[in-house]
Design a protein around this ligand. Sequence first.
Ligand code: ASP
Length: 310
Amino acid sequence: MKKYSLALHGGAGTILKNQMNPDLEEQYKKALNEALKCGLDILDKGGSALHAVEEVVVTLEDCPLFNAGKGSVFTHEGHHEMDAAIMCGTDLNAGAVCLVRRIKNPVRLAKLVMDSSPHVLLAGPGAEAFARSHGMEWIDEKYFFTEQRFNQLQNALEENKISLDHDHSSERKFGTVGAVAFDTQGQLAAATSTGGMTNKRWGRIGDSPIPGAGTYANNESCAVSCTGTGELFMRSVAAFQVHALMKYAGLNLFEACYKVVHEILPSIEGDGGLIAIDNKGEICLDFNTEGMYRAFGNSDGTIGIEIYQR
Ligand code: ASP
């Protein structure tokens, strides 16, 4: 039987069991399980890693529990500005969008940028015009309104702070989403999608849509999707670092992820985590926060859905 594997995340941060209510925990697990099954079905039928990560991220974007697509956080001005990227490990092709407001599934637009433009990253109104010129619908901004997110913005405005989803002071209930996959052809792919940070302004963009920072895939080594304090992940070129440590320093997947998550990022106060798969299908889910919404599965039938530290 040919091997495949898949991992996904729904954000990392201050996620503590004693602060979680059982119903909500159940909702998270259900949502993670649904996204996992969607990706594993694709891989099981021989579908590509690229297709699997796109569909997994769409499933998570459509779920209001996570800070991406439907559940995106509010900007300072009361909008939603979403970032997403997708990358193929076979040819290092990548597509990304940032600051889009009217696209239901930003990861689909990132894939369109990759497939149908000579560019890698399109921003804001330009990205939306590109979407429309390729027949992708714009959606009313009201679609992205959730009461929970609106209240988070009011709190952030009162405290005059820009907050990550899982900051101590925020309601820490949602998170950026991402997926990595290894398919039966031995190909790797990664995708990440986010609403960014509550109360962000001035066109702030995080690591998620930046190839090498929040998202990276290369069949020579691994596929990586990150979540956490975006500025620090950009400064550490976190996703590419995992690849570089494997390729140039000879570390294995687990050693490389450990170094990035527990040494390089903390050295500049970077909080968060990442999911990664290597070109043998090994899966690593690592984080330096209290928790990370995550799930994984492979062709052996191994499946895991976890939230807290072990
Ligand atoms: N990394 C994302 C950003 O900085 C946020 C997150 O992962 O929750 O936009």
